[in-house]
Design a protein around this ligand. Structure first.
Ligand SMILES: NCCC[C@H](NC(=O)CCC(=O)O)C(=O)O
Ligand SMILES: NC(=O)OP(=O)(O)O
Length: 314
């Protein structure tokens, strides 16, 4: 693997899932990363991605440097040919080239602004790092995708499924803020590559980018979708059609214990952080059905499998 920017960088998904599960079960510490450095730049907050990726790198023997790039770094200019006469002190051309002197792999988190669809879809921050860095780049959640999360989700479903072809429902849930579509986009992508009966439930106005969901069944009837589900993946996202808008914040789509009763005793997933009693009710998060902590635990092994592939250039 040369980079991990999108899920399309994974050629054989099942093979990578198996590798991650082997790493988990053997708790393999490696030496493949000895003498190598991972640099992580965060333009947005993080708990899981930051610490699980750091842990994964250290398990492989790597050194890790982390920077809260939005707060501690110079404000970066990404426009080619810009006259830098305002608040941007450093151009990505120098920043990425310099970082490539210090790091063997660069990992970047950069959320969308959710104001201009075209601009967000151009993935300027991540793509500029990729363009101007001379080392591999990893996506730690970008404007349109979160492929490390999606790999984790695929690992978790493969590990916990009892049916060869489980029914998996991705359901929208309310949130007071406008959130990226990155997590549901990547989840929808990864589910199309797994053997599952996959359905997306969201209110009208919340359909995801159709070029990502392709011919996945999309329904506006949450109750109907939840029937007999084996896995329920809960997530809020802002509208794609009315780009970046939070159109609905009432709790009628919150995943409650009553709704869970319609499922086949489903396992409940969420990437976290989760707003309790807004996105998922306490009674669900605190029940045996919730696998969100287990899921977050798998972040380390997803990151370890990806880092190892990049280090081994396999
Ligand atoms: N990386 C996991 C999710 C990150 C982000 N959630 C958030 O920003 C939640 C923030 C809040 O609840 O205030 C998202 O949905 O893409
Ligand atoms: N799920 C996830 O990416 O969590 P963080 O935002 O805390 O990294």
């Amino acid at each position: 693997m040369n980079n991990y920017i999108t899920l399309s960088d994974i050629e054989n998904l099942q093979e990578l899932i198996d590798e991650a599960l082997q790493l988990k079960n053997k708790n393999t510490a490696g030496v493949v990363g000895k003498g190598k450095t991972l640099g992580m730049l965060f333009f947005n907050p993080s708990l899981r991605t930051r610490l699980s990726t750091e842990k994964a790198a250290k398990l492989l023997g790597m050194e890790v440097m982390v920077m809260n790039a939005d707060k501690d770094g110079w404000a970066l200019e990404f426009e080619d040919g810009a006259v830098m006469d305002s608040n941007k002190a450093e151009h990505i051309k120098e920043a990425a080239a310099v970082l490539s002197q210090y790091c063997d792999i660069i990992a970047v988190r950069a959320f969308p602004d959710l104001k201009d669809k075209e601009k967000d879809e151009a993935e300027l921050v991540l793509k500029s790092f990729q363009k101007y860095a001379s080392v591999p780049v990893i996506n730690l959640e970008s404007a349109t995708g979160h492929p490390l999360q999606a790999l984790t989700d695929a690992i978790t479903i493969s590990e916990l499924k009892t049916d060869k072809k489980p029914k998996v429902v991705l359901t929208w849930a309310p949130h007071p803020k406008a959130l990226p579509q990155s997590v549901p986009n990547s989840f929808a992508e990864v589910m199309q590559r797994l053997n599952a009966d996959f359905v997306i439930a969201n209110p009208e106005g919340y359909n995801l980018n159709p070029s990502i969901t392709k011919d996945v069944e999309v329904t506006h009837d949450q109750d109907e979708a939840l029937k007999d589900a084996d896995f329920v993946y809960v997530k809020n996202w802002s509208s794609y059609e009315q780009y970046g808008k939070a159109l609905k914040t009432d709790t009628s789509w919150t995943l409650t214990g009553d709704k869970l009763k319609k499922t086949n005793n489903a396992k409940v997933m969420h990437c976290l952080p989760v707003r309790r009693n807004m996105v998922i009710a306490d009674e669900v998060l605190d029940s045996e059905n919730s696998v969100v902590i287990h899921q977050a635990g798998n972040r380390t092994f997803a990151a370890q499998a990806v880092l190892r592939r990049i280090l081994e250039k396999k």
